[in-house]
Design a protein. Structure first.
Length: 593
C-alpha cells in the first residue's frame, strides 16, 4: 500500500471500476461502498479503494496500465535521473500535476504520471517543451520520492525565479511593464502593503507581460483547494502557464485590485474595473473582472488591443460576396443590421471597424455599450449601468432626442430594446446591434421568441451577419499533406469544389509546430462571416412566420455563403486545417445532400 502521507490520487471511470469487479480484483459490494463514498465526499474511486485496502496500489496500477495501454514503471529501476530530464519540467508543474520526468533526448521526453486518465498533461508539456511526450505509469509514492530527491525545496523568491526562467518571457520583459498609477479611495493600507511587495509586483508584471507577448486575449487566474492556476486564452483556446504557489493568491488579487481601482477589502460580491499598462512604450488597456468563488476569488483580465479596430474590413476575413452585402447595409440611409455570434467571436471588432469607416465629421454616431471596451474619437459612447436605470432601452430613448444619424446598441436582450431599435430604424436612423444566435436564419426566430412582431422585423431589417473566429495555420511551420477526396466528401464538402483532385487526392496544409506558434501549429485567427441580405423574398418569409430552415434555404438559393462554406474556402486555400474547420463550424446538411 502507498505511504499514508502520499496516498495515491487515482481517479477511475465507472467503466474501469466495473472491469475491476469483472476481473475479480474487487467485489461488487466493495465497488458499491466506493461509489457511495465518492457520492458523499467527492473522493476518487481508486484512492478510496487503496485507502480501505480493498486492492493494493501496485495491483491497481498494473491493471490501469494494461487497460489504458501505457507502461507501468518503477522509477528506482532507472537509476539516477539526468539533470536535463529534471530541468525539462519546472518543480511547480511536476508537483502540481503529480508527474516526474525521467528520461530525455533531443526530441522526446519520458514522464512518469500517477493518474493515467489525465491525458491533457501530455499536450501541455508538448507545447511547453517542444518534445514528443511519452507517458508511463508509476506509483504516487515513487513520484513524490523523486520530487524530494531531485527538486530542491525553494524559497518564495526562488519559486518566482524558477517561474521566470521557465516562462517564455525573461525577467527584463516583466520589469518593462509599467502600471499607469491611479489611486482608489477604497484601498486598505494593510492589504496594499502586502500587494506592493516587490516579489508580488514582479509576479503580476510577469503574468501580464507573458500574456501580451503571447498575443493572448484573456488571462485567467483561478484558485482551487490546493493550487493556483494561471491560463492564457491564445487564439481562442486556453493554455495553462507556470503558476506560483497558492499562498501568493491573496497578494496577487490585492495587487490587481489596486491596479484596477477596486475595493481590495470587498471579497463577497463581483467587481469590475479597468487598468492601463505601458509595455515597451505602448499603452495597453485591460478590463478586469473579479468573481468570488468557493475557494477564493477568480480574476479574468481581458486585454484590449485597439490596433485591430480601424482596419480594412477585407482583412477581417470577409469573402468578397459577403463584404458586398455588408457594405451595402452600411451605406443605407436607415434600417437595422444585426451582428450575431457567441461571446468572443469578434463581434465588437466587426462593429467598431464598421463604425470607424462611417465616422465622418458630418455624421452623429451614438453607441450604448456594456461595457465600453474601446474609446473611439468622434463617437459618443454611453456605458450602460443597469443598477441606476441606464439600460439599453433607456439609453436608446435618450439617443432619439440627441439627433443621431447612426446608433449602435451593444446587445438586444429583450423585447423593449428590440422594439425601440426597430422603431428608430423606421423613423430614419441607421441602427447596428448584436444578438446571441448560432446563425443568421435563427436570428429571426430569436426575435420572434422575444415577442417582436414579424411585420416590424420585415419592414426594418437590412442585413443579418453571423460570425466565428477560426485559427490560422502558422506560416513559419506550414506544410502540405494529402488526403483522400472521399474523406472530404464525408465532411460535407461539396463535390464541385473537389473537381481538381488528382488521383482522388486533395492537398491540404497543417502546422508542424515551432517556436513561433508555441508548437501548436496555429498562429492568429481570421473571421468567418455568414451575411444574409434581407431581400423581398426573405421579408415575405418573415411575414409568413416561416421556419429558420426555410429562411436559410432561401438565403443560400440567393447566394449566401454559410459559415461552413466560408470555412471550406479557407481550408482549401491552405489557411486552416480540417480539424479546426470541424471544431468551429457545423456541417450544412443541405449542402451535403
Amino acid at each position: 500500500m502507498a505511504n499514508a502521507q502520499h496516498a495515491a490520487s487515482l481517479g477511475l471511470s465507472r467503466r474501469l471500476a466495473d472491469l475491476l469487479v469483472e476481473e475479480s480484483l474487487i467485489s461488487a459490494d466493495q465497488l458499491k461502498q466506493a461509489l457511495e463514498a465518492q457520492k458523499a465526499g467527492g473522493e476518487k474511486l481508486g484512492s478510496w479503494l487503496i485507502d480501505k485496502e480493498f486492492i493494493t496500489e501496485e495491483k491497481l496500477l498494473q491493471f490501469l496500465a494494461e487497460k489504458t495501454g501505457i507502461t507501468y514503471v518503477s522509477l528506482a529501476d532507472f537509476g539516477e535521473i539526468s539533470e536535463d530530464a529534471v530541468a525539462a519540467v519546472p518543480e511547480v508543474v511536476a508537483r502540481k500535476k503529480m508527474l516526474m520526468p525521467f528520461n530525455k533526448t533531443k526530441t522526446r521526453l519520458m514522464i512518469a504520471v500517477a493518474d493515467p486518465l489525465d491525458v491533457m498533461v501530455a499536450d501541455d508539456l508538448r507545447v511547453a517543451t517542444g518534445c514528443e511526450i511519452v507517458r508511463c505509469l508509476a506509483s504516487e509514492s515513487d513520484i513524490v520520492a523523486a520530487h524530494d530527491k531531485y527538486y530542491k525545496q525553494a524559497s518564495s523568491q526562488e519559486v518566482l525565479d524558477d517561474i521566470l526562467k521557465q516562462s517564455e518571457i525573461n525577467a527584463e520583459a516583466a520589469e518593462g511593464v509599467e502600471h499607469v498609477e491611479e489611486k482608489s479611495p477604497d484601498q486598505d493600507s494593510g492589504s496594499e502593503k502586502e500587494a506592493d511587495e516587490a516579489p508580488v509586483i514582479k509576479m503580476v508584471n510577469l503574468i501580464m507581460a507573458g500574456a501580451i507577448k503571447s498575443h493572448a486575449s484573456d488571462i485567467h487566474i483561478e484558485v482551487y483547494q490546493k493550487e493556483l492556476r494561471i491560463r492564457y486564452r491564445i487564439d481562442g483556446v486556453l493554455h495553462e502557464q507556470p503558476a506560483p504557489p497558492k499562498k501568493f493568491h491573496g497578494a496577487i488579487c490585492a495587487r490587481i485590485k489596486i491596479m484596477s481601482n477596486l475595493n481590495i477589502a470587498e471579497k463577497r460580491v463581483p467587481q469590475d474595473g479597468r487598468t492601463k499598462l505601458k509595455v515597451e512604450g505602448k499603452d495597453i488597456d485591460m478590463r478586469v473582472s473579479v468573481l468570488p468563488c468557493a475557494p477564493g476569488e477568480k480574476i479574468v483580465m481581458r486585454i484590449l488591443d485597439s490596433s485591430g479596430l480601424k482596419v480594412d474590413m477585407m482583412k477581417l476575413g470577409f469573402e468578397p460576396e459577403a463584404l458586398k452585402i455588408f457594405k451595402k447595409a452600411m451605406d443605407a440611409p436607415y434600417g437595422v443590421s444585426l451582428v450575431t455570434g457567441p461571446t468572443g467571436s469578434g463581434k465588437s471588432t466587426t462593429l467598431y471597424s464598421a463604425l470607424s469607416n462611417l465616422n465622418t465629421p458630418d455624421c452623429n454616431i451614438m453607441t450604448a455599450e456594456d461595457p465600453v471596451e474601446y474609446q473611439l474619437h468622434g463617437i459618443n459612447q454611453v456605458q450602460v449601468h443597469n443598477q441606476v436605470g441606464l439600460t439599453f432601452a433607456a439609453a436608446l430613448r435618450s439617443f432619439l432626442r440627441q439627433d443621431p444619424d447612426i446608433i449602435m446598441v451593444g446587445e438586444i436582450r429583450d423585447q423593449e430594446t428590440a422594439t425601440i431599435a426597430i422603431n428608430a430604424a423606421l423613423t430614419g436612423h441607421l441602427v447596428f446591434s448584436t444578438l446571441h444566435t448560432n446563425d443568421t436564419s435563427q436570428t429571426i426566430t430569436r426575435l420572434g421568441m422575444m415577442g417582436v412582431e414579424p411585420f416590424l422585423v420585415s419592414a426594418a431589417m437590412l442585413m443579418i451577419e453571423a460570425q466565428r473566429l477560426l485559427r490560422g495555420i502558422c506560416p513559419k511551420c506550414k506544410e502540405p499533406y494529402e488526403v483522400e477526396k472521399d474523406l472530404l466528401l464525408k465532411h460535407g464538402i461539396p463535390p464541385e469544389l473537389l473537381q481538381n483532385a488528382e488521383k482522388g487526392k486533395i492537398t491540404l496544409h497543417k502546422g508542424k509546430g515551432c517556436e513561433n506558434c508555441a508548437n501548436t501549429g496555429f498562429r492568429g485567427r481570421q473571421g468567418l462571416y455568414e451575411v444574409m441580405d434581407v431581400s423581398d423574398a426573405i421579408r415575405q418569409l418573415i411575414l409568413d412566420r416561416a421556419s429558420a430552415k426555410q429562411i436559410k434555404d432561401m438565403s443560400i438559393k440567393q447566394g449566401m455563403l454559410t459559415l461552413r462554406m466560408c470555412a471550406v474556402r479557407k481550408l482549401l486555400a491552405g489557411l486552416t486545417t480540417l480539424e479546426e474547420m470541424n471544431r468551429v463550424t457545423a456541417s450544412d446538411v443541405d449542402v451535403e445532400g
